[in-house]
Write a protein that binds this ligand. Structure first.
Ligand code: IPE
Ligand code: IPE
Ligand code: MG
Length: 233
């Protein structure tokens, strides 16, 4: 039996392929993907998983066509203003990780407001990775640490794994126990590189818009059979 599962991190992939299979525009896949996100958050909350992280938009996704990026940003606006209300009412502490400077100011304002409003909620943590890239996150943390040493706020000898991790966007969030990627791709795509040092992985061929609470339960059953050794015997 594995340790108690505290955090699942999802890579929601396959929206475009789901739409293409149906002869629909990629945007239709993103729309359905956002509905599935809402369904999975609710199911996971009912299953009392304390922390969930979803990869919604990567720093690399900025290189997609402008029309697709615009569509995703508008979907995000809608998600922040309506769908997240229901999640807030369920007692979620909501956090956003990623490069906020790249996002439009009205979106950043909404994100800041939601984080503030939910900061003292304790039922579960919902973390959304937006404009997120793990290498950028690590560079950002390294700069913070360097600035603290240069200004005398911190000594060189104070730098350790813990103090470094407290400068990552995920500060205060436990490392993922399980990473689930949909769509059959078996790669990490610049996601939580520091945090997944000892995570378990599950790759499913299911495209994200077809992902279901039932499959989530099956994956958790699989996770519960794994033996996590952390290098020990
Ligand atoms: C995941 O689906 C959503 C985002 C990356 C924003 P994709 O848009 O990557 O869909 P595929 O991988 O092209 O099918
Ligand atoms: C990873 O999916 C990013 C998100 C799910 C937001 P991508 O579709 O962007 O990743 P690659 O390009 O297949 O590695
Ligand atoms: Mg993809």
């Amino acid at each position: 039996m594995s340790d108690k599962l505290k955090h699942i991190a999802f890579i929601m992939d396959g929206n475009g392929r789901w739409a293409a299979k149906r002869g629909l525009p990629r945007s239709a896949g993103h729309k359905k993907g956002a509905e599935v996100l809402q369904e999975i958050v609710k199911a996971a909350a009912d299953m009392e998983i304390p922390c969930l992280t979803f990869y919604a938009f990567s720093t690399e996704n900025w290189h997609r066509d402008k029309a697709e990026v615009d569509y995703l940003m508008n979907l995000l606006r809608q998600y922040l203003s309506s769908e997240l209300k229901e999640v807030k009412e369920r007692g979620a502490r909501i956090r956003f990780i990623g490069e906020r400077e790249m996002l439009a100011s009205d979106i950043v304002e909404q994100m800041n407001k939601i984080e503030k409003e939910t900061a003292s909620n304790e039922k579960f943590t919902l973390c959304i990775a937006l404009s997120y890239g793990s290498r950028a996150e690590i560079v950002h943390a390294a700069k913070n640490v360097a600035a603290d040493v240069a200004s005398g706020k911190m000594r060189l000898s104070d730098i350790n794994e813990q103090s470094f991790a407290s400068n990552l966007y995920t500060s205060g969030i436990p490392d993922p126990d399980l990473v689930i990627r949909t769509s059959g791709e078996q790669r990490i795509s610049n996601y939580l590189l520091w945090q997944i040092a000892y995570s378990e992985f599950y790759f499913t061929k299911t495209l994200w818009p077809d992902f279901s609470p039932k499959e989530l339960k099956e994956i958790m059953d699989d996770f519960n059979t794994r033996e996590r050794r952390y290098g020990k015997l």
